[in-house]
Ligand binder design. Structure first.
Ligand SMILES: *Cc1c(COP(=O)(O)O)cnc(C)c1O
Length: 427
């Protein structure tokens, strides 16, 4: 596979962009080689500058649940572009977007739009602290919640891959109130609560951990978090930046039947545009400015271009419920395919997944938390990644990224990718 143009672009990129990229997860540092520069995408495929075509299993890290460049989404954006890119004033689109989210998600009574998942989390934490008058936050090892200072503690994929659990540049004071618990181990949360019974503002969790590979919640884990938060007067925040509108229309909250107090969104709700949102109980959201005393603002928040893309994608998901069945069955086909390849090869690596999200860990044991995820053989993953890439199956360039399947993928795509894996394992 030719990659001359990508390599030349990367040479230029490293001179003007730190590491040649604008987000660390795009670099190929942990898998070797230089990143492919993407020039266009359609449906399940992406194409690089050298003209190579790949089946894409990243989907822009989640947003492209319909596949790339869905004509209806593109059309909505084009139409809006003719009317104006940004007004900095209230629009009909923001009302429609908020109504759409509140109708789809039982726990969302009010919503505030922002510009990224990072911003959504940062703002939800501020609202939780403002509402409870408490400072401490409980998060889980290996869960990623964006790059806001208090969340860069044991923070999942990008940070895991680059071995920097605590980022430089985060003052000790900013991380001091962040307590870390063990994912899928409610007793570790109970212990923290018993140590700080009156000072925990909230527990924030990825209801399905999708930034340390893919770790579904153990039976009863999320329910237990709900009970503990109620017992100690803390708020439960589901970070649904990946799971929102992916596991189901109502996200993980609906899927697992657990009602969080606040919820954060990003990725899918922007349809590929930079969007985030946070929302939840009306009494909590009423502390947000200009209604309440928690300040939070944004020049481009609720941007009409972004809203029109997001609304169009969410409406399609709402009106075509078969999409969830379809991507789930493709996800199962992928996992079953990989499992049968492993079986033929006499290997017992962990294959985790739920719905359209999966992860093959080069790990002989079960993976159910950060510690077990970290035991994976990242060198073997790197070799597998390179083989898959050159065979035309584009996976996230890290052992700790999930495989994302969209509604544009077909059974033939999945079978082709499983076949690529079969070749890697020498079958
Ligand atoms: C991607 C992600 C974020 C951060 O969103 P950005 O838009 O990249 O800032 C937060 N939480 C989770 C669970 C994510 O996967």
């Amino acid at each position: 596979m030719k990659s001359d143009i990508s390599e030349a672009l990367f040479e230029r990129a490293v001179k003007v962009l730190p590491g040649g990229v604008n987000s660390p997860v795009r670099a190929f540092g942990s898998v070797g080689g230089s990143p492919r520069f993407i020039s266009r995408a359609k449906g399940q495929y992406i194409y690089d500058e050298d003209g190579n075509k790949y089946i894409d299993y990243i989907g822009s890290w989640g947003p492209m649940i319909l596949g790339h460049n869905d004509e209806r989404v593109v059309e909505a954006v084009k139409k809006q572009a003719e009317k104006g890119l940004s007004f900095g004033a209230a629009t009909r689109l923001e009302v429609e977007m908020a109504e759409l989210i509140c109708e789809s998600v039982p726990c969302a009574e009010m919503i505030r739009m922002v510009n990224s998942g990072t911003e959504a989390v940062m703002s939800a934490l501020r609202a939780a602290r403002g509402f409870t008058g408490r400072d401490k936050i409980i998060k889980f090892e290996g869960c990623y919640h964006g790059h806001a200072d208090p969340m860069l503690v044991k923070a999942g994929s990008g940070v895991m891959t680059y071995g920097a659990p605590d980022s430089a540049g985060v003052p000790e004071g900013c991380a001091r109130d962040t307590l870390t618990a063990v994912y899928n181990d409610a007793s570790s949360v109970e212990l923290l609560f018993s140590e700080y019974p009156d000072s925990v503002a909230c527990v924030i969790v990825e209801p399905v951990a999708a930034n340390m590979g893919l770790v579904p919640p153990a039976d009863g884990f999320l329910q237990r978090l709900r009970e503990l938060c109620d017992k100690y007067g803390a708020l439960l925040i589901f970070d649904e930046v990946i799971t929102g509108f992916r596991l189901s229309l109502g996200g993980a909250a609906e899927y697992f039947g657990v009602r969080p107090d606040l919820v954060t969104y990003g990725k899918i709700i922007g349809g590929g545009m930079p969007v985030g949102a946070y929302g939840g109980r009306r009494d909590i959201m009423s502390v947000v400015s200009p209604l309440g005393k928690v300040y939070q603002a944004g020049t481009l928040s609720g941007n009409p271009m972004a809203m029109s893309a997001g609304i169009t994608q969410l409406r399609i998901l709402k009106n075509e419920p078969g999409i969830y069945e379809n991507i789930k069955s493709l996800g199962e086909r992928f996992r079953n395919g990989i499992r049968s390849v492993l079986e033929k090869a006499g290997l017992t690596f962990a294959v985790n997944g739920i719905g359209s999200l999966s992860c093959l860990y080069f790990n002989k044991g079960d993976v159910y938390d950060y510690r077990t995820a970290k035991q994976s053989d990242t060198d073997q993953f790197a070799a597998y990644f390179r083989h898959m890439l050159n065979a035309g199956s584009y996976m996230g360039p890290s052992q700790f990224e999930a495989v994302f399947i969209s509604n544009a993928h077909t059974e033939e795509d999945i079978d082709k990718t499983v076949h690529d894996a079969e070749e890697y394992f020498g079958l």
